[in-house]
Design a protein around this ligand. Structure first.
Ligand SMILES: NC(=O)c1ccc[n+]([C@@H]2O[C@H](COP(=O)([O-])OP(=O)(O)OC[C@H]3O[C@@H](n4cnc5c(N)ncnc54)[C@H](OP(=O)(O)O)[C@@H]3O)[C@@H](O)[C@H]2O)c1
Length: 349
C-alpha cells in the first residue's frame, strides 16, 4: 500500500484529538507525546460535538492542522438495541460536524475511525477492506454501523470532490488502559478481567462463559492501535479504508483462559453451550496495513497484563473515593449484556 502523497509530518503541528477522554483518544494522546507536536483537546462540557454550531465555533478558534476523530457514542449490543435513535443520530452528527468543520477551517489531515463491527454480518473471513457494503449488516448494531459508514463516505466524498486528505481506519476489537470495566456494560475483554478478578477475590471456584468457547475473535491492544494511527497519519493518504488488527485470532476459550491466568484466577471455566456463539470467526485481513510497514508489536499476554494493572489502579482509586466499582464513562449508555455472556457476539465499538 503506497501513500499517494508525501509523508505528513506531525512535528510542530497542532493536532486535535476529538474524544481524548475515551479509551482510544487517551491512547493517541499518550502516543503523541513522542511526536513533538501540540495536542489540542476539548471536553464535552465545552464542545458538544453533536452540536454543529459549538463544533464549528471551537474549530474556528482552535484551527488545528490535523484531527484524530475518536469521539463517538460507543456501546454493545444491548445499548444499540435499547437506544437506536441516539446511536444513529449522535454518531451521524459527530461525524458530519467534525468532518465538515475540518474541511471548512482547512484542516490538512483528518483520521477517522470506523470499526470492524460495521462490516457485513456474513463477510468472508478474514475480512478485506473491499467487504464493506457488500451485504446485510449485523442487525443488533446497524444503527451504529450506518452512522460510522456515513462518516467514512463523508471522508471519501471530501477527498474526491475537494482533495481533502481525510482517511478512515477500521480497528478490530480493542482493549487496554481506559477501557470500561463495568461487568454488565463493558466490552468483552474488560468484562472478563472484572469477572475473573471478582471470582478470585471472592474465592469462587467456577466462572461461566457463554457459548462453546470455540468461536474465534481478534483482539488488539489500544496502545498498538494508537501507534498504527500515528503511522498511518504520517504515511497513508488514500480514499480506501485500512484495516487495523493483529491479523491473528484466538478462540474465546483460549482467550478466557489467558485472561484468567493473567488475573490469577485458579478455578474452573465452564462454557455454557446453551448460549449462542455468534459468528464462528471474526478476523481482519491486515495485508494493506502490513504492506504499509506496520504490524502489532505487543504480545496478547503482555497487553492483558497492562490492562489488568489499569483495572487494579482504577479499582483502587474508585474505592478510595468511596465507590464500589470502576465507574462507567459518561458516553457508555450501556453495552454488552455481560462481558462474559456476549463475548462471542459482536460489539458496536
Ligand atoms: N473500543 C473498541 O473496541 C473499538 C473498536 C473499534 C473501533 N473503535 C472506534 O474507536 C473510537 C473511539 O472508541 P472508544 O472505545 O475510545 O470510545 P469511548 O471510550 O467511549 O470514548 C468516546 C469518546 O467520545 C467522546 N464523546 C462522545 N460523545 C461526545 C459528544 N457528543 N461530544 C464530545 N465528545 C463526545 C467521549 O467523551 P466523554 O468522555 O465526555 O464521554 C469520549 O472521549 C470510536 O469511533 C469507535 O467506533 C473502538
Amino acid at each position: 500500500m503506497r501513500p499517494s502523497k508525501p509523508a505528513f509530518t506531525l512535528k510542530g503541528k497542532r493536532l486535535w484529538v476529538a474524544g481524548h477522554s475515551g479509551m482510544v483518544g487517551a491512547a493517541i494522546v499518550r502516543r503523541l507525546k513522542y511526536e513533538g507536536c501540540e495536542v489540542l483537546t476539548a471536553a464535552r462540557r465545552d464542545v458538544d460535538l453533536t452540536n454543529q454550531r459549538e463544533t464549528e465555533r471551537w474549530m474556528e478558534a482552535a484551527r488545528p492542522d490535523a484531527v484524530f476523530l475518536c469521539a463517538a457514542r460507543v456501546g454493545g449490543i444491548y445499548a444499540n438495541s435499547s437506544f437506536p435513535a441516539e446511536f444513529i443520530a449522535d454518531n451521524l452528527a459527530i461525524g458530519l460536524n467534525v468532518i465538515r468543520a475540518s474541511y471548512r477551517v482547512g484542516v490538512a489531515k483528518l483520521l477517522n475511525l470506523g470499526s470492524s463491527c460495521i462490516y457485513p454480518r456474513d463477510a468472508a473471513q478474514p475480512m478485506p477492506e473491499s467487504a464493506l457494503l457488500t451485504g446485510p449488516l449485523e442487525p443488533t448494531n446497524e444503527w451504529y454501523a450506518i452512522a460510522k459508514i456515513a462518516a467514512i463516505k463523508l471522508c471519501q466524498a471530501y477527498r474526491l470532490q475537494y482533495g481533502a486528505d481525510f482517511i478512515s481506519l477500521m480497528p478490530t476489537n480493542l482493549f487496554g488502559p481506559g477501557d470500561n470495566y463495568d461487568p454488565n456494560y463493558g466490552h468483552a475483554p474488560a468484562g472478563l478481567i472484572r469477572r475473573f478478578h471478582e471470582a478470585k477475590v471472592e474465592r469462587r471456584g467456577v466462572v461461566k462463559v457463554w457459548g462453546s468457547g470455540r468461536q474465534r475473535r481478534e483482539f488488539l491492544s489500544v496502545d498498538d492501535l494508537a501507534d498504527a494511527c500515528i503511522h498511518l497519519m504520517k504515511t497513508y493518504s488514500g480514499v480506501e479504508i485500512v484495516n487495523v488488527g493483529t491479523g491473528r485470532d484466538i478462540s474465546i476459550g483460549e482467550f478466557a483462559k489467558l485472561v484468567a491466568d493473567v488475573v490469577g484466577f485458579e478455578g474452573n471455566i465452564e462454557f455454557d453451550t446453551s448460549r449462542p456463539d455468534g459468528p464462528k470467526q471474526k478476523l481482519l485481513d491486515v495485508r494493506k496495513l502490513t504492506e504499509s510497514g506496520w504490524s502489532a508489536r505487543r504480545e496478547l499476554r503482555d497487553a492483558l497484563c497492562e490492562a489488568y494493572a489499569d483495572f487494579l489502579a482504577r479499582e483502587k482509586s474508585s474505592w478510595s473515593r468511596g465507590q464500589s466499582a470502576v465507574p462507567m464513562r459518561g458516553v457508555m449508555l450501556a453495552g454488552e449484556s455481560s462481558g462474559l455472556a456476549a463475548i462471542g457476539a459482536d460489539q458496536a465499538s
